[in-house]
Write a new protein. Structure first.
Lengths: 189, 152
């Protein structure tokens, strides 16, 4: 999904909405969230792709831990806050890229030998076989991991490409809702 | 010179069914593990050691099996610890019951709420009624101290 929005400060309405979400998100839910259907599906998906969700937390569990440690969902840029909002509302993680720096469509695939994450001095090596999100030009992110710095939204970004990665067992409706929730929050800002 | 003959059997091993079965088993074990972890909180072991493999990738059949086996071992570990904790709590409850029935036979015995699996910092303590007089007269009672100690 592409939305017309760029990096900017979080508007008060979005910050207030995040505050209300944080007020509803208590320790008991943070503990039991792993048994809710969508977060549980992502935990299982982590196991299926060789990640230990107790070491590398699933996005929603990481957000829950952050909420407990910091006392709220920390407000950063409007884009970051919209992503957190969609994640906490639906349990589905959403990522944002600069739409102008993406060529073709995004897809999941295994990294090939010699491929790097991003371009330039700060590009990271990718182990062959690592599951990556890639466009026609190459990998843009490791699945549930680092993103290519040169594809992230920058100061000159005016269009964002939002994407979500589904876990088996999660109905498509949740992804649509997550993307819509994020787009709506950005649109409102 | 040894001549080796290689025969092609023409059999292609289809792993799909096995992989699907393993994935189902992993999903079921993960659900059981999550349930146990939550039910044991805050007294139980939270994170059993079920290591990941190495970054996100398509797991081979062997890696799926190892993940499944690690989950089974982790589940056994959590269950055994939960069972041991349950036995300790049952013993502590039985002791508290005996203390309440016959305080005179359990002088100065203490049982903490934590040992009973209860929340809070309360401690059940068999003490003499009226201090030294009660001690000499054999007047014993069970007192529950409440509240957590002040942070120093």
């Amino acid at each position: 999904m592409t939305v017309a929005a760029g990096p900017r400060r979080t508007p008060p309405e979005l910050r207030e909405r995040l505050g209300m979400l944080a007020d509803r998100f208590h320790g008991a839910r943070a503990l039991s969230i792993r048994r809710e259907p969508v977060p549980a599906a992502y935990r299982v998906f982590f196991r299926h792709i060789g990640l230990d969700p107790d070491v590398q937390r699933t996005p929603i569990e990481a957000a829950a831990v952050e909420r407990l440690l910091r006392g709220g969902f920390v407000s950063g840029s409007a884009v970051d806050d919209a992503l957190v909002l969609a994640l906490v509302e639906t349990g589905v993680p959403v990522w944002a890229l600069d739409a102008a720096r993406i060529k073709g469509t995004l897809a999941l695939r295994a990294a090939r030998a010699g491929e790097r994450l991003g371009a330039g001095e700060y590009a990271g090596d990718l182990a062959p076989g690592r599951i990556v999100v890639a466009d026609d030009a190459g990998p843009v992110a490791v699945l549930f991991g680092a993103m290519a710095p040169d594809r992230l939204p920058g100061r000159d970004t005016d269009r964002l490409l939002l994407f979500a990665v589904g876990a088996p067992g999660v109905p498509a409706l949740y992804f649509e809702e997550a993307l819509h929730c994020c787009a709506e929050a950005l649109d409102g800002s | 010179m040894v001549e080796l003959t290689v025969r092609r059997t023409g059999r292609v091993v289809d792993e799909r069914a096995a992989r699907a079965q393993l994935r189902r088993q992993i999903a079921r074990l993960e659900a059981q593990l999550s349930a146990l972890q939550i039910s044991g909180f805050p007294h139980g072991p939270v994170d059993p050691a079920v290591p990941g493999v190495r970054g996100p990738h398509i797991l081979s059949l062997g890696e799926l099996e190892r993940t499944r086996d690690a989950l089974v071992a982790g589940l056994d570990d959590v269950r055994s610890k939960a069972a041991a904790r349950g036995e300790r709590q049952a013993a502590a409850r039985a002791l508290l019951e005996r203390m309440l029935q016959e305080p005179g036979r359990h002088k100065f015995v203490r049982v903490a709420n934590r040992d009973l699996g209860e929340p809070g910092c309360g401690v059940w303590h068999v003490r003499p009624r009226l201090g030294l007089i009660g001690m000499l007269a054999g007047w014993w009672q069970v007192k529950l101290s409440s509240g957590c100690p002040l942070a120093s």
